[in-house]
Design a protein around this ligand. Structure first.
Ligand SMILES: *[C@@H]1O[C@H](CO)[C@@H](O)[C@H](O)[C@H]1NC(C)=O
Ligand SMILES: *[C@@H]1O[C@H](CO)[C@@H](O)[C@H](O)[C@H]1NC(C)=O
Length: 335
């Protein structure tokens, strides 16, 4: 009996030591005041909310997006939130980040000529679509990869050389909870978001010696124009399954992404589901805090058990919807 207490005590001491050791290996937070932040997809949704967030923290901001008039509208809105109106500004560059690497490089060059090297890059431009696998057009699979994956590669590729020279920087890839697990209806979208994971892990290992930190964000469903558009074509199964996680506001999501990336965290997640998924899917991802590592070690077994219940629940939804469809078909045939 006593030996159990000793083991428990040793374990507690271990945790306490880890807790106090964690700041030692945690990078210094990046100051956004008087630095250059570049946001792709910055004219709406989470991207615009991110721009507003960093405007409040005193940064110069470059917004990249395709639609000129939307960019202009976003600029006006972002400028309202400046911490210091005299020293901050926003520039907008209209470019399709998924098409032509040269155009992207030119846009980044133009931004750096004005504001200096990018200190924080947020790859937020993305698009989503849902549908049953065999009903998704083959071209849609390519479009998802072009925008969600290659768009992030191109802009990051253009920004990294000057970051390396500065030996300073933060890069955010905005993935999704659908980039942590595959769900009904997300075959095209999930694959493009999973691709960012491989990119982010490998790139972090390359950039760590240069004090550049990569953050992979897994926002939950967020109340944006893109989300509203997606609702229109969502299969019933996808609808019922994603209801489980709830809907967040773009400003909450933006705040959490900026906090995590300035602090150099590799994962950025929100809510209890987000916490569980990130512990569960940590794999061999980089970690900057022993506190986080300890939590991952301790929780992964129990979270796996919980996940089995979720999977069972999702499978039942899919099965039920299949039966419903078949019944409707049968009714049509008999009538
Ligand atoms: C923004 O950039 C301008 C140069 O275009 C510079 O003079 C100013 O100090 C910068 N402000 C911040 C907050 O970085
Ligand atoms: C650009 O955005 C405006 C709304 O601000 C919209 O009316 C217009 O259709 C968009 N243009 C394109 C080419 O998507």
């Amino acid at each position: 009996m006593i030996s159990w207490w000793i083991i428990l005590a040793i374990f507690m001491i271990f945790l306490i030591i880890l807790y106090f050791a964690s700041p030692l290996i945690t990078p210094k937070a990046l100051k956004l005041q008087s630095s250059h932040v570049l946001v792709t997809g910055g004219s709406s949704g989470i991207g615009k909310a991110l721009a507003i967030n960093v405007a409040k923290r005193g940064a110069n901001i470059t917004l990249l997006a395709r639609n000129k008039s939307k960019l202009q509208e976003a600029k006006v809105e972002v400028e309202k939130h400046f911490l210091n109106k005299d020293s901050q500004s926003v520039i907008c560059i209209s470019v399709d980040i998924s098409k032509d690497y040269e155009a992207v490089e030119k846009a980044v060059q133009q931004a750096e000529d004005k504001f200096g090297p990018v200190a924080l890059l947020v790859n937020c431009a993305g698009t989503s679509m849902t549908g049953v696998f065999e009903e998704i057009l083959p071209s849609e699979f390519k479009r998802m990869l072009d925008i969600n994956y290659l768009g992030s590669v191109y802009v990051t590729r253009a920004v990294v050389p000057s970051m390396k020279k500065q030996q300073l920087g933060r890069i955010v890839f905005v993935s999704s909870q659908a980039g942590q697990l595959g769900l009904f209806g997300y075959t095209a979208y999930s694959a493009s978001k999973f691709a960012l994971r491989g990119l982010a892990e490998a790139l972090q290992m390359e950039l760590k010696p240069y004090h550049i930190r990569v953050t992979l964000a897994f926002p939950p469903d967020t109340d944006t124009p893109g989300y509203a558009e997606e609702q229109k074509s969502k299969p019933k199964e996808t609808h019922l399954i994603s209801e489980v996680a709830g809907l967040f506001s773009p400003h909450e999501v933006a705040k959490s992404i900026i906090e995590d990336s300035t602090h150099g965290k590799f994962f950025s997640y929100m809510g209890l589901d987000g916490y569980m998924l990130s512990c569960l899917t940590c794999g061999m991802s980089p970690v900057i805090s022993m506190m986080d590592a300890t939590q991952q070690v301790i929780t992964s077994g129990i979270f796996r058990v919980i996940s089995l219940f979720y999977l069972d629940y999702f499978d039942r939804i899919v099965q039920k919807c299949k039966l419903e469809r078949e019944n409707i078909k049968d009714d049509k045939k008999t009538s």
